[in-house]
Ligand binder design. Structure first.
Ligand SMILES: Nc1ncnc2c1ncn2[C@@H]1O[C@H](COP(=O)(O)OP(=O)(O)OP(=O)(O)O)[C@@H](O)[C@H]1O
Ligand SMILES: O=P(O)(O)OC[C@@]1(O)O[C@H](CO)[C@@H](O)[C@@H]1O
Length: 310
């Protein structure tokens, strides 16, 4: 079992527009609405890869009900903590002619102390039944900056392998609890070390430094269409993913995390896991919804991922 945690769940809305002129009226002919927020995207991809998953986190209001109903329709198990207020809408406006994506992310509900305590309990309960727990995304108002420290510690004490995909203070604090894996982008690596990364050699040095400093199992730095660089206890690898026709890249990082979680839960080797994670991220880029992949496409792409030991 894999558990995903989304403290700021969302309805992900995508508007597909031929162009997106600012200051003009645009009538939307085609759109999609899906349950989202990073951890929920991870859960959707894990389920599409055929591994049992439970999604937890905070949800609120009508949007919260919609998130749960949409997950039910997808056959994805969930066990959320309900909060006052409304779960957010995250809007992605895709200007298809220019290939530009503009994201507008609402703040989400304010979480009260009682709900925080309930969440700690939920993590204790689900981590005890899970091989992998993935914590993903931003913290809504009312959630202390160091909440991931508590949750990661609880999940680790219960014996789960912990993946943390967060940014800013949430990541910085969360690292103190010793997650097994993180998936920062280059900017987040720079922020964590207070340096500028000029080239791949500098990036390699930076991720190896982070790996040793926090005693992690692996760090994947995702590089969009350029793939990823992964430092692990077994060495550092440059992972190149196939070039494809891109439709929508929102959720690629979550799909990558899902592939990694599935590989760990099913006992794949590190190299096999890197290929699966990259293929899942790339397959997501070819679909129009965050957290949507094509399992057959993933199978095809897996064989085309190039992994080089550095
Ligand atoms: N343009 C692309 N073409 C092919 N594969 C892609 C592309 N963008 C992303 N991917 C795949 O998805 C993986 C993760 O993507 P990315 O680096 O964009 O993550 P991210 O920045 O965390 O994304 P997000 O936060 O939107 O989920 C990449 O390592 C790659 O395998
Ligand atoms: O505000 P967060 O939690 O950091 O990010 C939220 C979000 O932009 O991330 C996903 C893509 O990774 C979207 O589906 C989602 O709405």
């Amino acid at each position: 079992m894999i558990t995903t945690v989304t403290l700021n769940a969302a309805i992900d809305k995508t508007y597909f527009l031929p162009t997106f002129p600012l200051g003009k009226v645009s009538r939307v002919q085609r759109y999609r609405a899906a349950p989202g927020g990073k951890g929920i995207n991870v859960a959707k991809v894990v389920a599409q890869l055929g591994v049992p998953v439970t999604a937890t986190g905070f949800v609120g209001g009508f949007n919260g009900e919609m998130i749960k109903q949409l997950l039910d329709r997808m056959g994805i198990g969930h066990d959320f903590v309900s909060v006052q207020g409304e779960s957010r809408v995250c809007l992605n406006i895709l200007d298809e002619e220019n290939g530009i994506s503009t994201e507008l992310l609402e703040p989400g509900p304010t979480v009260d102390p009682q709900a925080l305590a309930q969440m700690e309990e939920k993590i204790r309960e689900h981590a005890a039944k899970s091989r992998i727990v993935c914590f993903s995304g931003s913290l809504p108002a009312g959630v202390p900056k160091d909440f991931y420290v508590k949750l990661v510690s609880i999940a680790k004490e219960a014996g789960a392998y912990v993946i943390l995909d967060a940014s800013g203070d949430a990541l910085r604090f969360g690292l103190e609890a010793g997650p097994d894996m993180i998936k920062p982008n280059e900017e987040e690596v720079e922020g964590l070390l207070g340096i500028r990364v000029q080239d791949e050699a500098a990036l390699q040095k930076a991720v190896e430094t982070l790996l040793q400093k926090y005693g992690m199992d692996r760090i994947s730095v995702s590089l969009g269409g350029a793939g990823s660089m992964v430092a692990s206890q077994a060495g550092t690898f440059r992972v190149e993913t196939p070039k494809v026709d891109v439709v929508n890249t929102v959720g690629c990082g979550d799909s990558y995390v899902a592939g990694m979680a599935v590989s760990l839960a099913t006992g794949l080797s590190l190299e096999e896991g890197l290929a699966l994670a990259s293929a899942a991220g790339t397959s997501n880029a070819m679909t129009d919804e965050a957290g949507l992949i094509e399992p057959e496409e993933v199978e095809r792409l897996r064989g085309q991922v190039r992994i080089t030991a550095l």
